[in-house]
Design a protein around this ligand. Structure first.
Ligand code: MBD
Ligand code: FE
Length: 258
């Protein structure tokens, strides 16, 4: 689609040029920016930069008219092949995993509220200290990643640990840019999910812990009020927290062909 490419590339560059003119950008600043581009690439932080500062607008634009539950950004830390777990579901974790254990329950339905049996929830999160397995030192491979299914009534239930807030790397180029701009580098505590069922559009979303710091200042601008959850002491399982969340999936946009 050359017209589309021409339109987008021209528009983005014109806006950069206008910002240079309006702010009277100097050669020193241009050279600093060039070195920063190089540094972001060398640090492997382009996915982080994109998902923190750009993805939220793409998500809001792409799904503004979609039926069903709210989604939010995917982020850079999803791994596609997390294990399909068996009931009773519990995300894999260390024997001495720090943090509060919680039960997460709810229903997956279509946009009209009809329960979806055999729906899949691909769940991933950081640990209580903000570390994602496979991306940060600390947790072992596969920690706090797994896939869960709904039962015949569309219900799901799994156990996990309440995640902590997360900060982007402070000493990398994305963190240095964030500090230079005077912004907080933190994301509030959240659990990522991709909820999927046959004939329905995948819902990429996050559930935000309602008691977390940084809900009002998420560096990735991904919090939506509909996505807050409030873990409370479980009424049936002493020592555990519990919360509930129901997901409604929009119909697939086009019929499957393969
Ligand atoms: C995260 O944990 C995250 O979810 C996103 C979107 C960006 C950076 C870190
Ligand atoms: Fe995250």
């Amino acid at each position: 689609m050359p017209d589309r490419a021409h339109q987008l590339i021209s528009d983005i560059l014109e806006r950069v040029h206008a910002a240079i003119v309006e702010n009277d950008v100097t050669y020193e600043e241009y050279e600093r920016a060039k070195q920063w581009f190089i540094d972001v690439g060398a640090a492997g932080e382009w996915p982080l930069f994109g998902d923190v500062f750009i993805e939220h607008v793409v998500e809001e634009q792409a799904f503004k008219d979609r039926d069903g539950s709210q989604g939010t950004i995917l982020g850079p830390f999803h791994l596609p092949d997390a294990p399909h777990l068996d009931a009773p579901y519990e995300l894999p974790h260390r024997p001495d995993e720090p943090g509060d254990m919680t039960v997460v329950t709810g229903r997956v339905t279509d946009a009209d509220g009809t329960p979806l049996a055999g729906a899949n929830l691909d769940v991933w999160q950081c640990d209580a200290s903000g570390a994602y397995s496979s991306f940060m030192p600390g947790p072992p491979e596969g920690n706090l990643r797994g896939q869960v299914r709904t039962d015949d009534e569309g219900r799901y239930e799994f156990r996990t640990v309440v995640p902590g807030p997360y900060t982007i790397p402070l000493d990398g180029p994305t963190g240095l840019m964030t500090a230079a701009a005077g912004w907080s580098p933190w994301r509030p505590a959240h659990i990522h999910l991709i909820v999927g069922a046959e004939g329905h559009e995948d819902l990429v979303t996050q559930l935000f812990i309602g008691s977390s710091d940084y809900l009002e200042s998420d560096v990735a601008s991904a919090v939506k009020p509909e996505l807050l959850v409030h873990p409370k002491p479980s009424e049936t399982e002493p020592g555990l927290l519990a919360f509930s969340y129901d997901f409604a999936l929009a119909p697939a946009r086009s019929p499957a062909t393969a």
